[in-house]
Design a protein around this ligand. Structure first.
Ligand SMILES: N[C@@H](CCC(=O)N[C@@H](CS)C(=O)NCC(=O)O)C(=O)O
Length: 214
């Protein structure tokens, strides 16, 4: 029987949590390695050898003891695992296309815009009101989009929980970074509570054990 070993490199960050949530939702066995980005561990030779971009998450797979895949970019990892295990992404048809569209909203708008806003709300060495207002306004627009979608549909891709929800959830959990609130987004709040109640999501959010971003 073929034996697959999976090594997951991550930290308590939203992009990492996307992957650990999916690993848990799929019930896969994996070994989690902590890469503390606040201690700049992403720039060690070991991590740069796996991802020359020096970013997490990273997934490494071995099949029967032979390295078969090293993958970075959370979206690529989500699609790879979902396809390989036949879950949370339809294999063809319009719902697959829609799932990928909402996945891309999470990958290219929600995550990066929230990350940029976070720079201006908490991390920048010098404040900039212009940059803060600009980046928060970009996130406001994404939240309005998600609220409208979830007003009309149970999940981002429609009727079924998918990798689009998994990609969005950890960033909504960090909404304070971009001065967002669920109080003014009732449908997003309903979705956030439902996704957060899934045991696999709860477990995935806590990987690697003991990791703290602060
Ligand atoms: N587009 C990438 C972004 C990865 C990313 O920016 N990861 C952050 C943690 S959430 C990181 O590694 N930051 C450290 C750095 O950029 O040096 C993905 O989705 O995987």
């Amino acid at each position: 029987m073929t034996e697959v070993r999976r090594d997951f490199y991550g930290w308590a960050t939203p992009n990492s949590q996307r992957v650990s949530i999916l690993l848990e939702e799929l019930g896969l066995r994996y070994v989690a390695y902590g890469v503390n980005i606040r201690a700049r561990a992403q720039f060690t030779p070991e991590i740069l050898a796996l991802n020359p971009y020096g970013k997490i998450p990273i997934l490494r797979e071995e099949t029967d003891g032979e390295p078969t895949l090293v993958l970075f970019e959370s979206g690529a990892i989500l699609v790879h695992l979902a396809e390989r295990h036949g879950a949370f992404l339809p294999s063809s048809g319009p719902t697959r296309a829609e799932t990928l569209a909402w996945l891309m909203v999470a990958l290219t708008s929600l995550g990066p815009m929230t990350g940029q806003a976070h720079h201006w709300t908490e991390l920048a060495p010098e404040p900039s009101g212009v940059a803060l207002r600009h980046t928060v306004a970009l996130v406001d627009r994404v939240y309005r989009l998600l609220e409208g979608r979830l007003d009309a549909h149970r999940y981002l891709a429609g009727d079924a929980f998918s990798i689009a929800d998994i990609a969005a959830y950890p960033w909504i959990a960090r909404r304070a970074w971009a001065l967002q609130s669920l109080d003014t987004h009732p449908s997003l709040a309903r979705w956030f509570a439902e996704i957060g109640a899934r045991p696999g999501v709860g477990r995935g959010m806590a990987v690697p054990a003991g990791a703290l971003l602060e």
